[in-house]
Design a binder for this molecule. Structure first.
Ligand SMILES: Cc1cc2nc3c(=O)[nH]c(=O)nc-3n(C[C@H](O)[C@H](O)[C@H](O)COP(=O)(O)OP(=O)(O)OC[C@H]3O[C@@H](n4cnc5c(N)ncnc54)[C@H](O)[C@@H]3O)c2cc1C
Length: 401
């Protein structure tokens, strides 16, 4: 990685701006170094990479989730600490919050996802704490630190993030209630769910499976049946959003703002914009927001750009899932085995060995990024995940470099 001020005299022929320095942005940027005539700039709002998959650890126990970009980004990749505000596809510039503009030949759109709190639930925006972004997690950490350890904490949303957060807090001795709004771990198989419920009970988490939160107050949550339960801090994990950059740039997005792409991960509006990670909606049928998606899509997004530079036809992306691993505190975890399309089968593993495996997976994400920084050709993705029978067509106009 080089500092922005350290521009070289050599003039590479193709400029690629990677918007977002998360899992997918880093891997895509590193993979672009397969060609040495590509000038790669990564734009990210923070000077450090954030291990989002550990934000619940930051919240519960102060884990330091910031990692220096130094070893994560390959030689020659420039980091610009700023926020992209608009992609001007006609001028081929990315406008930054600082007022600067970056010219590009291609953009890799890798802005990830955000933690959202619904405006429709009274008090949620005011009193609930989302956890999906670094600053949100820090804010929640501060709120918890000011709290008596026995004070009631409510985690709303029992997807994987909600389960991991509730477990981590309970392991630290917090008095935690997990409100599922219908089902604990909807993506788990029945046996996997039963095992997870047992582990949560062992940690002392009160699981309210069918209950739905309809209002959040400063010191309580209110349920659909009118019941009120004390809650000194309410954590909101029910639902992720995505940054609005694609929408703000006039590009077609799905209902929550993911960039709609064709099967080569190219924006359906512009062949120079290629997406990866949580913010991509290939053929308007997005994959699960997770690292397995980000890490599989990222090198393929870079390959699409490399193909266009070389004048060859980009390949349709491939992927597959094998399972999802959910930490339940530091001492146990559930590994739910899935089919390639991410649907669960009735096979799961649980226990301390799985917690060790999950820790290895988390470390493995950093290892993989560092390895791709050193060896751009090093990459892999799985094959066989289903794609739509009628994928959306790509952009019509193919412009010259
Ligand atoms: C608490 C928690 C636990 C999780 N646990 C797991 C897990 O165990 N396993 C798993 O697979 N997934 C997990 N996830 C989900 C996982 O973190 C995401 O799917 C993953 O981070 C997606 O990678 P990404 O590269 O698409 O986006 P990100 O990692 O979010 O990176 C996107 C980057 O783009 C930046 N950005 C956004 N907007 C702009 C802009 N306008 N200009 C410039 N930069 C911008 C962001 O700040 C960020 O740095 C978890 C998430 C949370 C919150």
């Amino acid at each position: 990685m080089t500092d922005f001020t350290a521009l070289t005299d050599t003039v590479p022929t193709t400029r690629v701006v990677v918007i977002g320095g998360g899992y997918s942005g880093i891997l895509a940027a590193n993979h672009l170094r397969l060609r040495d005539d590509v000038d790669v700039t990564v734009v990210n709002p923070r000077p450090k990479f954030i291990e989002r998959i550990r934000l619940h650890q930051l919240v519960a126990a102060g884990y330091d989730a910031g990692v220096d970009y130094g070893t994560l980004l390959g030689e020659g990749i420039r980091l610009v600490v700023d926020t992209a505000m608009r992609i001007d596809t006609a001028a081929r510039t990315v406008r930054l919050a600082s007022g600067r503009e970056l010219d590009y030949d291609y953009v890799i759109y890798a802005v990830g996802s955000t933690g959202t709190v619904p405006q429709t639930i009274p008090g949620a925006a005011e009193f609930a704490y989302p956890i999906a972004e670094f600053e949100q997690a820090q804010r929640l950490r501060t709120a918890l630190e000011a709290l008596h350890p026995a004070a009631p904490v409510t985690v709303v949303g029992a997807g994987l993030t909600g389960i991991e957060t509730a477990s981590e807090l309970a392991e630290q001795g917090r008095n935690v209630t997990l409100v599922c709004g219908g089902r604990l771990g909807p993506s788990l198989s029945d046996p996997g769910r039963r095992s997870t419920a047992k582990a949560l009970a062992k940690l002392g988490v009160t699981v309210m499976e069918a209950n739905v939160v309809t209002e959040v107050r400063a010191d309580a949550v209110v349920f659909a049946d009118g019941a009120v339960r004390p809650s000194a801090v309410t954590v909101w994990t029910a639902g992720f959003g995505v940054p609005e950059l694609a929408t703000a740039s006039g590009l077609r997005t799905d209902a929550i703002g993911r960039l709609i792409t064709d099967e080569t991960l190219t924006s359906v509006d512009d062949e120079r914009i290629v997406a990866a990670g949580d913010c991509a909606a290939p053929s308007d049928q997005p994959l699960r927001m997770c690292c397995a998606t980000a890490t599989q899509l990222a090198p393929q997004a870079a390959n699409t750009v490399l193909s266009r530079i070389e004048g060859t036809t980009p390949a349709a992306f491939e992927y597959a899932y094998a399972g999802s691993c959910i930490s339940l505190g530091r001492r146990t975890a559930t590994l739910q085995v899935t089919r390639k399309d991410d649907t669960p089968v009735n096979v799961y593993l649980a226990g301390r060995a799985v917690a060790t495996f999950k820790e290895a997976v988390c470390r493995g994400t950093l290892w993989a990024m560092r390895r791709s920084a050193r060896k751009p050709a090093w990459t892999f993705w799985l094959k066989g995940g289903p794609r739509p029978a009628q994928p959306v067509p790509g952009p019509k106009v193919v412009s010259k470099p």
